[in-house]
Write a protein that binds this ligand. Structure first.
Ligand SMILES: Cc1ncc(C[n+]2csc(CCOP(=O)(O)OP(=O)(O)O)c2C)c(N)n1
Ligand SMILES: [Mg+2]
Length: 648
């Protein structure tokens, strides 16, 4: 059965003239044992909510996954699909892509991400089991990872946390083949990996990765362990290829006709390319139906379960009825009270309205809870062995946090949000990029969003970060100006089911600019906050903390006889989606001035030819915030001067 995986991997890579045969050939035995004896899945319903999750973290070995899905009888992974491996519109893409086939649990390829997605999936499983009970939620998470996955720093972050929390239903099958692209892993990889995992609090096993009895015993032990388990599967990359087995030469290139012929003959495989003998295919398909009965019993339990409606709603990613009722009330309160608070504090108030109303929301912070204001009164934290809480102390692990959050969102049934400083978005960016690529609803609360944070200085003051986040496709970057806008942006982020959002929030207090609580004005990305008194001479476009500065500048301009409109633009991406008529009405035809305490990179998009920008031109400095605004020339006076120059 394992040989069927090997030959399909060789054939598909050969036909595509590119791909990675070595890893599928080396891990074919471990994967066969997993898919025929342990993994709970039903090929007839790959989205069954209580299935075990399987993550191929070493995504370059994608033919391993596609072969398994084909052999076990998954619709949509027929032999013709394998024959179009790596071709345009083929679900069998170069690396596994979430959304290309319902049995692909996550997009992998950037090493390290998959194992951390798996941590998030295992965590989501425990949390949902705590909420809905074992009769609905009782599954395991399995991941296959490579040397590269375990070398990547991100793996240290999330796998340590998995040990700390005691995610005992998580199992890693490590393809311990001693080979990576540059050659023998001894070139750069000599720590005792299993000791490392023991130190994390994991159970560890070492097996011959080609010995089915050893593999079976180790996986059985993993299912009984009270700790997460790593199984080091000592394998030979490119197993059965006479010349290239055990070498980096089998990692990422077609083996070539002669080598393939010799490998097949060594395996005693006589079938034509892309054909699997019927008897063998039948045994594989039987494995694909192994848990069909378990699924039917589960469906019966679900049908009469008192929490059925809630469970189905949560797993479908639908928000509860009236989910934003309390938030609407909060907006009315903001309109009446006009609080002068930091947007990070306004965010905490929004969370106080949202989190109790949406049981799927799970918060957390990378050790900055008190600064990010991401906790909500009365919502307990998850603790080792206790998953009834809804808040996660991730530790100082931004990258692992964001990747695990992707896994939680992919698992379904939870809506994760996090916190860290905006400047540390760079520490989690690769995972955020994948959330955008996979269209996952994860929300990052990124506070301390400019020089406005003051004394901590340039290491902590983002200047290029907003631009770099706006460059990620399908990411919504919100930078609200006051408490009202913060509530509106939270509404948009939670409602957004098809992609991630970040909220860039101020450390410093900001005046309230709005006293209307009707329509969500942030929903269109930008709007005219204050129209000019008469025909516009100039349009001031600002975001976040600089919107109030623009309002002051508008008043000073009025004294000088210059009529200015102020546009608040909390979300570029939403504004870009509006019809041209609305965009033109907001932006106007007068000269424009962009105002943001960040670099101007990207602002040309909204400013046009006859324009100016008031913001940063380089890194910040350490000083009280108001002094920094003056020092860097981000002031109403600077806006007035820029306007005069533009109009002269
Ligand atoms: C973050 C990241 N860096 C680099 C790569 C490019 N890359 C793909 S596989 C690989 C290493 C291969 O070694 P290993 O992980 O042991 O896989 P094996 O060759 O054993 O299948 C590298 C560097 C990647 N996919 N992701
Ligand atoms: Mg390797």
């Amino acid at each position: 059965m394992a040989d069927a995986i090997r030959v399909l991997a060789m054939d598909a890579v050969e036909k595509a003239k590119s791909g990675h045969p070595g890893m599928p050939m080396g891990m074919a035995d471990a994967a066969t044992v997993l898919f025929t004896k342990f993994l709970k899945y039903d090929a007839a319903d790959p989205r069954w909510a209580d299935r075990d999750r399987f993550v191929l973290s070493a995504g370059h070995g994608s033919m391993l996954l596609y072969s398994l899905l084909h052999l076990t009888g998954h619709a949509g992974m027929e032999m013709e699909v394998l024959q179009r491996f790596r071709q345009l519109h083929s679900p069998a893409a170069g690396h596994p892509e979430f959304g290309e086939h319902p049995a692909i649990e996550t997009t992998t390829g950037p090493l390290g991400q998959g194992v951390c997605n798996a941590v998030g999936m295992a965590l989501a499983e425990r949390m949902l089991a705590a909420r809905f009970g074992k009769s609905l939620v009782d599954h395991r998470t399995w991941a296959i990872c490579s040397d590269g996955d375990l070398q990547e720093g991100i793996s240290h972050e999330a796998l340590a946390l998995a040990g700390h929390l005691g995610l005992s239903k998580l199992t890693l099958l490590w393809d311990d083949n001693h080979i990576s692209i540059d050659g023998d892993t001894a070139l750069s990889f000599s720590e005792d990996v299993l000791k490392r995992f023991q130190a994390y609090g994991w159970a560890v096993k070492r097996v011959d990765g080609h010995d089915h009895a050893q593999l079976t015993a180790a996986m059985a032990a993993a299912t009984r362990s009270s700790k997460p388990t790593i199984i080091a599967c000592r394998t030979i990359i490119g197993f059965a290829a006479p010349k290239k087995a055990g070498t980096a030469g089998s990692h990422g290139a077609p083996l070539g006709g002669d080598e393939i012929a010799a490998a097949k003959s060594a395996l005693g495989w006589n079938a034509e390319p892309f054909t699997v003998p019927e008897g063998l295919k039948a045994r594989w398909e039987e494995a694909g139906r192994r848990s069909a009965g378990t699924r039917r019993s589960w469906l019966k339990r679900l049908a009469k379960h008192p929490m059925r409606a809630d469970f189905e709603r949560a797993m479908a990613g639908k928000l509860p009825d009236n989910w934003n009722e309390a938030l609407t009330a909060l907006r009315a309160q903001h309109a009446a009270e006009k609080p002068k608070i930091a947007t990070r504090v306004a965010s905490q108030r929004a969370l106080g309205a949202l989190v109790p109303a949406i049981p799927e929301m799970v918060g957390g912070s990378a050790d900055l809870t008190g600064s990010n204001n991401t906790d909500v009164k009365g919502i307990p934290a998850v603790r080792p062995g206790d998953f009834a809480g809804r808040y996660i102390h991730w530790g100082v692990r931004e990258h692992g946090m964001a990747s695990a959050m992707n896994g939680m969102a992919l698992h379904g049934g939870v809506i994760p949000y996090s916190g860290t400083f905006l400047v540390f978005a760079d520490y989690l960016r690769p995972a955020l990029r994948l959330a955008a690529l996979m269209h996952q609803r994860v929300i990052h609360v990124l506070t301390h969003d400019s020089i406005g944070l003051g004394e901590d200085g340039p290491t902590h003051q983002p200047v290029e970060t907003l631009a770099s986040l706006r460059a990620i496709p399908n990411l919504h970057v919100f930078r609200p100006a006051d408490a009202m806008e913060t509530a509106e942006c939270w509404d948009m982020a939670v409602r957004r089911a098809d992609g991630p959002s970040v909220l860039a929030l101020s450390r410093q207090n900001l005046p309230a600019l709005r006293d209307d609580a009707g329509e969500n004005r942030c929903a269109r990305g930008a709007y005219v906050l204050a129209e000019a008194e008469g025909a516009r001479d100039v349009t001031l476009i600002a975001t976040g903390s600089e919107v109030s500065l623009a309002i002051e500048a508008r008043a000073q301009l009025a004294e000088a006889g210059i009529k200015a409109a102020v546009v608040s633009m909390p979300c570029w991406e939403l504004f870009a989606l509006q019809d041209v008529g609305y965009q033109e009405q907001v932006l106007g035809t007068a000269p424009r001035i962009g105002i943001e305490a960040a670099l101007s990179f990207g602002w040309d998009r909204w400013l046009g030819a006859n324009s100016a920008f008031v913001g940063m031109t380089g890194f910040g400095a350490s000083a009280p915030a108001d002094q920094l605004y003056a020092h860097f020339g981000i002031t109403p006076a600077a806006v007035v001067a820029a306007a005069r120059k533009l109009l002269s």
